[in-house]
Design a protein around this ligand. Structure first.
Ligand code: SF4
Length: 455
């Protein structure tokens, strides 16, 4: 089967596996703050000697992009900045009190919303509060942020660089003006070029551009021009995301256009195939399902050295089992469990003001889920895994092997004894391969409603 036929066959709804179990299948819908604190307590000793990642969710945006599925709040009132950062710092203090020690932070990411909605001074105040330092050595900790090209100033780039940031990710999506109008996000190539070149001249080592295919009014010609223009700017990393059209999920705001404005399946698949081809011909290495990086970028090096890791931030070069999510809707992960913060700013702030963590739902993993989680993480990051010979869940392993047979027949994956390896042809379909391991999908028809298509 050629790539085109494979895409036709395997383009089905499926999770992106930034976690397992995936959020819709979390069972402890009402995980309490004390259950979460108990989980931290249970692993505190090992945690004290390991390193953690921090994700800070900064939810404000000045205007609504109608394709967006993030947890955000639209406002032009910048008076909200200081109280929000105060709450983040209080939340971090509650975590420090719970740990009883100061953990070593290996990675921190500002996501949103729009982190660059905030004044540079507020972002630096957040960092100083979390690290208790005026700057952080980039060798010790990887610091990165998401930036909107329209609101990123030289001061943002300079002050964050001085603190230790070396990575920035710009949301681009598509340069075609018709698409930009449809998604209510106008940003010219010139403006992006300016902010991109400024980042490079300041010294950022890794600049990422996020592109999205499948957006309303997108055409082959327009999107291929976007890909060419992106290649000319030569960002070290490119994320090529599939637009997930899920207007029925509360809060997405995907209502500014109709389904008939979206490229049909065949066109969307061709957008993906042609984009991949152009990026690979331009020297980018395909990393997993939707990431591309230049050969000397740390993501490519980690991928080649089997050091890639995946968490709620997506692919990362730092493997930590612990991730603390700060801010409204942020998710924390302690490997054996997940906990998500309140999804409205008011509820989040109210809980933190009361001196408690703002957990409103989560999931504690069973032994079987922990085993499957390792397989899926291995596959998503290293494209191979091996079944645990001493597992008490051999019957599940047999079920998984059976579910892998059709994928073996299509030469996407190789199974030999206990080892499973994704073949080159299977790399774009790694999500489909993981789905064979996903216990929740084995018994669920509802997945069609819960996830967007894999391509
Ligand atoms: S795409 Fe980014 S800037 Fe636009 S509404 Fe969503 S979070 Fe805000």
């Amino acid at each position: 089967m050629n790539l085109h036929e494979l895409i036709q066959k395997y383009n089905v709804p499926g999770p992106r596996y930034t976690s397992f179990p995936t959020v819709p299948f979390w069972k402890n819908k009402s995980l309490t703050e004390s259950e979460w604190k108990n989980e931290i307590e249970r692993f505190k000793d090992s945690f004290e000697h390991s390193e953690i990642s921090i994700y800070v969710h900064l939810p404000y945006c000045e205007s609504l992009c109608t394709f967006c599925g993030c947890h955000k709040r639209i406002t032009k009132n910048h008076a909200v900045e200081a109280p929000y950062i105060d709450t983040i710092l209080k939340e971090w203090q509650i975590y420090l009190d719970t740990f009883g020690f100061v953990p070593k932070i290996k990675e921190l990411h500002f996501g949103g919303g729009t982190p660059t909605f905030f004044q540079p001074s507020e972002l630096v105040r957040t960092l100083k509060g979390i690290f208790n330092a005026n700057q952080v050595s980039p060798e010790d900790c990887e610091l990165s942020f998401e930036a909107h090209p329209n609101s990123t100033t030289e001061r943002h780039l300079q002050e964050l660089y001085e603190f230790g940031f070396r990575r920035v990710s710009f949301g681009i999506q598509d340069y075609d003006l018709n698409v930009q109008k449809a998604i209510h996000r106008i940003q010219t190539l010139d403006d992006v070029k300016k902010v991109h070149e400024l980042s490079k001249s300041i010294g950022y080592e890794s600049v990422n551009h996020d592109l999205v295919y499948g957006l309303p009014l997108q055409t082959m010609e327009g999107f291929m021009e976007t890909i060419d223009q992106t290649i000319q700017l030569k960002p070290e990393r490119i994320a090529l995301y599939s637009y997930a059209h899920v207007p029925w999920i509360k809060g997405t705001g995907q209502r500014g256009y109709s389904e008939s404005d979206l490229p049909q399946d065949a066109v969307k698949r061709a957008l993906y195939e042609n984009s991949c081809e152009k990026l690979i011909n331009a020297g980018y290495i395909s990393i997993g399902m939707d990431h591309f990086a230049l050969p000397n970028d740390s993501l490519t090096i980690a991928f080649k050295n089997k050091k890639l890791h995946r968490n709620f931030m997506g692919y990362t070069t730092k493997a930590t089992n612990w991730m603390i999510g700060l801010g409204m809707s942020a998710i924390s992960d302690c490997w054996t469990g997940f906990a998500q913060n309140e999804k409205t700013i008011e509820a989040y702030q109210e809980r933190i003001e009361r001196g408690e963590l703002a957990i409103f739902k989560g999931h504690l993993l069973t032994d079987l889920e922990l085993e499957i989680r390792r397989y899926i993480l291995d596959l998503m990051c290293h494209f191979e895994t091996s079944f645990d010979e001493n597992s008490e869940f051999k019957y599940i392993q047999l079920q998984i092997k059976e579910r892998l047979i059709p994928l073996q027949k299509d030469s996407l994956v190789e199974v030999e004894g206990n080892s499973v390896r994704v073949l080159n042809q299977g790399l774009p379909f790694v999500r489909n391969i993981c789905m064979a391991f996903d216990l929740d999908l084995m018994n669920s028809e509802q997945s069609k409603q819960l996830f967007s298509k894999t391509i």
